[in-house]
Design a protein around this ligand. Sequence first.
Ligand code: SAH
Ligand code: SF4
Ligand code: F3S
Length: 438
Amino acid sequence: MKNSVFIKTFGCQMNDYDSYRMLKLLESSGYTAAASYDEASVILINTCSVREKAEVKAYSELGRLKFLKRNNPALIIGVAGCIAQQEGKKLLGKYPQLDLVVGTYALTKVPALLSQIRGRRQKIVCTDMNGAEMYPAGSYVPEKHQITSFVSIMQGCENYCSYCIVPFVRGPERSREMTEIVDEVCRLAESGVKEVTLLGQNVNSYGRTLTPQRTFPELLAAINAIPGLERIRFTTSHPKDLSPELIEAFRDIDKLCEHIHLPLQSGSDRVLRRMNRKYTAAEYLKKIAALRKMVPDISITSDMIVGFPGETEENFQATLDAVAEVGFDDLFFFRYSDRPGTKASGFTDKVPYEIMIQRLTTLKDKQTEISIAKNKRLVGMTLPVLFEEKSQRSPEHMAGRTRTNKVVNSMAPERIIGTTALVKIERAHIHSLSGKLL
Ligand code: SAH
Ligand code: SF4
Ligand code: F3S
């Protein structure tokens, strides 16, 4: 029987990208992609530990796999990603059904590790954080009919926000060579990809670790010149590093879409200081004003943490005020979650659960109003939409996005997928728009 692999992914877009890369590497070593657990001879769980909730999900998945292994002892089960990096060989003790624990620095070794396991029926833990080649150049052939794609431009983070596990599980910041990124995007564009999203924990510091040093706007300009590509997006940029050059790039780089995800986390300077975010609310607002001056219609989204240790009612009010003042297009809200080993986990003034939930609800309600109002302003406008897929609404509807990253559903023939067309916006919802194809 041919070896087939099923990869289940938890966590962020970097994990999606990594899972995809692992799958492609395994395919080039003779594996096929299995459609489900039942058809797989190898199962990999790519995990996230950014918040407790993400961790619980991954752990319960690992627990479920025990039964599969019992029914099929030849099955190989591996765990990858941020929990694997953090917990290492402890996982083998907790989950005897596991054969492989592979950390965030060793993804390219997965095919070799699997054949080692198969050959010797031994368990392997590989969590060294030394300079493994993360993305072998030229190893990756894009899928046909893919419209959008992620491209990782950097790994790791060394900002050490006091609540965050990422620097511990992803290591220090390393940028990928510019030529390698450009080459990857060229191949994506040649295969028909119209939009790329450049990925990194803090893309705006791209290039610092390269010799010669490069900057993120330089990379954007190089990618902008690639024929066939229509849209460039990126995520995430840290407010402290949002440079005037990047703000100008929104004006000057025509393929760069008018949307920025710029996590504020809190509107209170006291909380921001304790989070080690290295900016004040006023500095953040100033950057937003500069962005809007350059590109009046830019859409702005953000992440917010409620119930950070020591957050007072007054501090929370400052978050509500900032949210009202900025008028975000959309927000991701998180309840503070203790992460082992982080500085904030040692803070003793934790906010009680009920208060966190109350604040979360208040913030959500406020943002819902704002999101709807923002979207309503688009009703009546005609906007270019890049259609990406069939809509979940009905077989006659197709879904795409505006340059400002708003999802638009529209009645359209399926062949529209992959093209950009004008849509007259007719209705606004909280997280999407709908309209008529012109
Ligand atoms: N590098 C990105 C975000 C990475 S994690 C950035 O700096 O913006 C994504 C989001 O998860 C963060 O923006 C933060 O809002 C949230 N988050 C991270 N750690 C958290 C924790 N311990 N508790 C609650 N939310 C957290
Ligand atoms: Fe975490 Fe802060 Fe790095 Fe983002 S910038 S990944 S929140 S440490
Ligand atoms: Fe989660 Fe790791 Fe991403 S902790 S958010 S999968 S970097």
